[in-house]
Design a protein around this ligand. Structure first.
Ligand code: ADP
Ligand code: MG
Length: 232
């Protein structure tokens, strides 16, 4: 890896403390992480180890209590909510464990929606959504509603929604966690294909076999990075 190139993501000394009535939870402590453009990084760790918190910070949904976050060379840790939303919409794609499709929008509308927030016109939205649906092999279900699809199909639509805007960084939080083995394998194959086509991916997973399919596996324990290993 070329160390002189600006990384897509660089976290330094990131901590996140949740303050509730009388307890402080140290969800992340002094986390450092670098992700280069084109990498596929997996994040593993037991429940409560800070994986979702880390992804939320990477995806500009949450802000660290302390530390530095540079996204494509720009310091973003001090951005306000509006600036974060704008940048998130332009540069980040999310895939969630529970798909999070909108139930009363059909498939093509679900995939088009994030593009409308970016001001992409209707015709181009449709074209890009159709291209994304073709990539996940869901073109034949354009006008179905999420409730009419299997879990595996819903997740493929969610992947299409995440990639339709060609985000700089694709974040996936246990994308196979609600799927059976066959559908989980299919979603992993899809993420590998998308990575091979040039995408940068950071994926949380509980599945050690899936973690090893990334270029690099990062392990979290109690909010700290305890190991980083290059995959075989
Ligand atoms: P993981 O995704 O690895 O299961 P999380 O990032 O969701 O872990 O949570 C890390 C820790 O932070 C846990 O102890 C969790 O209970 C706590 N936590 C997460 N979100 C909140 C919140 N909004 N308020 C208070 N504590 C939280
Ligand atoms: Mg989680």
């Amino acid at each position: 890896m070329n160390q002189t190139k600006t990384p897509l993501v660089e976290l330094q000394g990131i901590s996140r403390i949740y303050e509730t009535d009388d307890v402080e939870t140290h969800a992340l402590s002094d986390v450092a992480l670098r992700i280069d453009e084109g990498e596929f990084v997996s994040i593993e760790g037991p429940s409560g180890s800070g994986k979702t918190t880390l992804l939320s910070i990477l995806g500009l949904l949450d802000v660290p209590t302390a530390g530095r976050y540079q996204l494509a060379g720009e310091a973003v840790e001090g951005f306000d909510a509006a600036a974060r939303a704008r940048l998130r919409n332009q540069r980040i794609g999310f895939i969630f464990q529970t798909f999070n499709l909108i139930g009363d929008l059909d498939v093509i509308e679900n995939v088009s929606l994030p593009l409308s927030y970016r001001g992409v016109g209707r015709k181009e939205r449709r074209e890009r959504a159709r291209a994304a649906l073709a990539r996940v092999k869901m073109s034949h279900r354009e006008h179905h509603f999420p409730g009419q699809l299997s879990g595996g199909q819903q997740q493929r639509v969610a992947v299409a929604r995440a990639i339709a805007g060609e985000p700089a960084l694709l974040l996936a939080d246990e994308p196979t966690g609600s799927l059976d083995t066959n559908n989980g394998d299919a979603v992993m194959d899809l993420l590998e294909e998308i990575h091979a086509a040039g995408a940068t991916i950071c994926m949380v997973t509980h599945n050690p076999a899936y973690a090893l399919r990334a270029n690099r596996a990062v392990k979290l324990l109690d909010g700290r990075v305890v190991a980083e290993q290059a995959a075989a």
